[in-house]
Design a protein around this ligand. Structure first.
Ligand code: FES
Length: 242
């Protein structure tokens, strides 16, 4: 309790603008980096496929970077995420800049009016994100079998950490929690209620740290792509651990 109070007061001592400024800086930097990585047109060095390029989609006759066929899904998922919405409403739009600060507009339509009503498509982006995540797990497993034999390299561990963080973020989603059991008034009355209750409890545990999963997985995706690009450039080795 004392530790919690100390942490809380340390956070309260920070200038109010620090958190929104950090959010703007990090999200903008990540967005610019993702655009730059997508413009490179490729992101593969055996056995690593950059998460920005998975699944590797190409359409004959359309000469654009394969990353553009993929990135709209994870981008839409994050852009409509409940946590990121709070973060960028406050940091980019200062609307509201924090709790207890009145709305700057006289009439507040929130997410019931254009343009933010679009954020309600989040539940559909969830399904796209789960499909992309399945491909990322497949890619990660393949990194442990370079040349058909089991081996553990630093890159494969990095890819594993990345998909674990992405899974924690994806399956801690508020929309997934709703699907798991949030839409029920009575678990014991529902078909498969015990199973759904167990799932809902696990999703809730992830959901309670959703912001942390969101940031950690954002960094790990960028780091995995940077790692692949350094290997592609021959700038560093990929140490074998086992
Ligand atoms: S609420 Fe954040 S991913 Fe769904």
């Amino acid at each position: 309790m004392a530790e919690h109070t100390a942490t809380h007061s340390a956070a309260a001592d920070l200038p109010w603008w620090l958190q929104p400024a950090a959010t703007v800086t990090i999200l903008t930097a990540f967005g610019l980096y993702a655009i730059w990585a997508a413009l490179q047109g490729h992101g593969y060095v055996a056995p690593y496929l950059s998460p920005f390029y998975s699944p590797p989609v190409t359409i004959a006759g359309i000469p654009i970077s394969p990353a553009w066929w993929v990135l709209w899904g994870p981008f839409g998922f994050r852009a409509t995420c409940y946590y990121y919405r709070k973060a960028y409403y406050r940091s980019y739009f200062l609307d509201p800049v924090a709790c207890m600060i009145p709305e700057s507009r006289r009439r507040y339509g929130g997410e019931t009016a254009w343009p933010f009503i679009v954020n309600n498509v989040h539940r559909y982006f969830l399904y796209v994100a789960i499909i992309v995540l399945a491909f990322l797990w497949r890619d990660t497993v393949e990194t442990f079998f370079p040349g058909g034999h089991f081996a553990v390299h630093a890159g494969s561990l990095l890819f594993l950490v990345n998909v674990v963080l992405l899974s924690g973020y994806t399956f801690g989603c508020h929309a997934f929690r709703h699907v798991a059991g949030g839409n029920l008034d009575c678990f014991s009355c529902a078909r498969g209620g015990r199973l759904r209750y167990g799932l809902w409890q696990r999703v809730t545990a992830l959901n309670q740290r959703h912001a942390q999963w969101a940031w950690a997985s954002l960094f790990s995706v960028a780091l995995a792509d940077v790692y692949v690009r350094l290997l592609m450039a021959g700038a560093m080795p990929d140490p074998r651990l086992f």
